[in-house]
Design a binder for this molecule. Structure first.
Ligand SMILES: Cc1ncc(COP(=O)(O)O)c(C=O)c1O
Length: 344
């Protein structure tokens, strides 16, 4: 069974939602970038322009997560990830807007690759009023454990805590990208083309939701995910279960199998948060041809994959390719040294 965009939007509109994002985000053609690559026509979906505290994909996610927190009567959100987490910056900003306290547990990583200089996302975390705790663990299971401990401490102190419990929040976040799929299908139709493929940096809810949305709409075009991290779990299976839990919550009949998720770890480079040479080149090329800023941990790596595939001759000049820009630009300021070195 497939759905029209209007039908799918109707399903999403039945869910509790706290409006945060400027939607729909624009879909823009990149004439000078396309010409520089000499391949297909490249378009960009501007999810870096979702509007809250410098935007990004998590602002879409938070419309459903914050609504859930408010519905549960929470007064405090405990969240966490890496020191330069865009997720945490956008969650802290969403909490500020919703009148919720936000406590962030931020990991230096293992091995530690991120400094804790108050810059980029970390500066903005403080600016929007989050309390911040920096811990020496990895950004996967290690930080999850520390988040749980912080939530227990705050509960013991009498707070009503909404916690970042993966199984509960990831499917909610994915639903926001079902909506993004409807936007993409409507915007590409209005621009009179059907993409040969969409490219995105994702290893979680964003890609799970986008793939679910496109499947529910009858697979109008494929989406290729490039991960920013090698998780200690099976990413394809994880994204499938996020998508299917989201589909159940939404009430649609669509279900995915792991084969439906096209995900690759090929462009992670040396590790999470370490910009590869291809990533730095992608950041520089898009900035210098279009004035659009990518980030060093996520969108730069996703765009490096698109550039590699275009240069490898996968598309003809008549075809159209869409890059979904998931944001992350505040992190640029925390990578000054790497960027200066790459540009000089
Ligand atoms: C800029 C950016 N792009 C992509 C992602 C990946 O999102 P997801 O975990 O939903 O796949 C993140 C996650 O933090 C991000 O900050």
């Amino acid at each position: 069974m497939t759905y029209s965009t209007a039908e799918l939007i109707e399903y999403v509109d039945r869910l509790p939602r706290f409006r945060l994002a400027h939607l729909p985000t624009p879909l823009e053609f990149l004439p000078r970038f396309s010409e520089a690559l000499g391949g297909p026509r490249v378009w960009i979906k501007r999810d870096d322009c979702t509007g809250l505290a410098m935007g990004g994909n998590k602002t879409r996610h938070n419309e459903f997560i914050v609504a859930d927190a408010l519905q549960q009567g929470a007064d405090t959100v405990v969240w966490g990830a890496g020191v330069q987490s865009n997720n945490c910056r956008q969650t802290a900003a969403a909490c500020a807007k919703a009148g919720l306290a936000c406590h962030l547990v931020l990991a230096r990583g293992d091995p530690p690759v991120e400094s804790d200089e108050v810059q980029g996302n970390l500066l903005l975390d403080h600016l929007v009023g989050a309390t911040v705790e920096i811990v020496d663990v990895d950004v996967g299971l290690g930080v999850q454990q520390k988040i749980a401990e912080a939530a227990d401490r705050l509960r013991a102190a009498g707070k009503c805590v909404y916690q970042n419990k993966k199984a509960a929040v990831k499917p909610l976040a994915a639903l926001s990208y079902v909506l993004c799929a409807t936007e993409l299908v409507e915007q590409t139709a209005a621009a009179d083309f059907s993409p040969a493929a969409a490219y995105i940096c994702s290893a979680g809810s964003t890609g799970a939701g986008l793939t679910l949305g496109l499947a529910a709409l009858g697979h109008p075009f494929p989406v290729r995910h490039f991960t920013p991290i090698v998780w200690p779990w099976n990413t394809r299976e994880d994204m499938t279960s996020i998508a299917n839990a989201g589909a159940e919550r939404l009430g649609v009949a669509t279900r995915l199998t792991p084969e439906d998720i096209d995900v690759s770890e090929e462009f992670v480079g040396a590790g999470y948060g370490i910009p590869s040479a291809e990533c730095l080149e992608a950041i520089s090329l898009l900035a210098r041809t279009e004035g659009i800023l990518l980030d060093p941990s996520y969108s730069g790596k996703g765009m490096a994959a698109l550039i590699d595939h275009v240069r490898g001759g996968r598309f003809s000049s008549e075809e159209n390719v869409v890059f979904v820009h998931t944001g992350g630009t505040p992190a640029l300021f925390a990578y000054r040294d790497e960027l200066v070195e790459a540009l000089t």
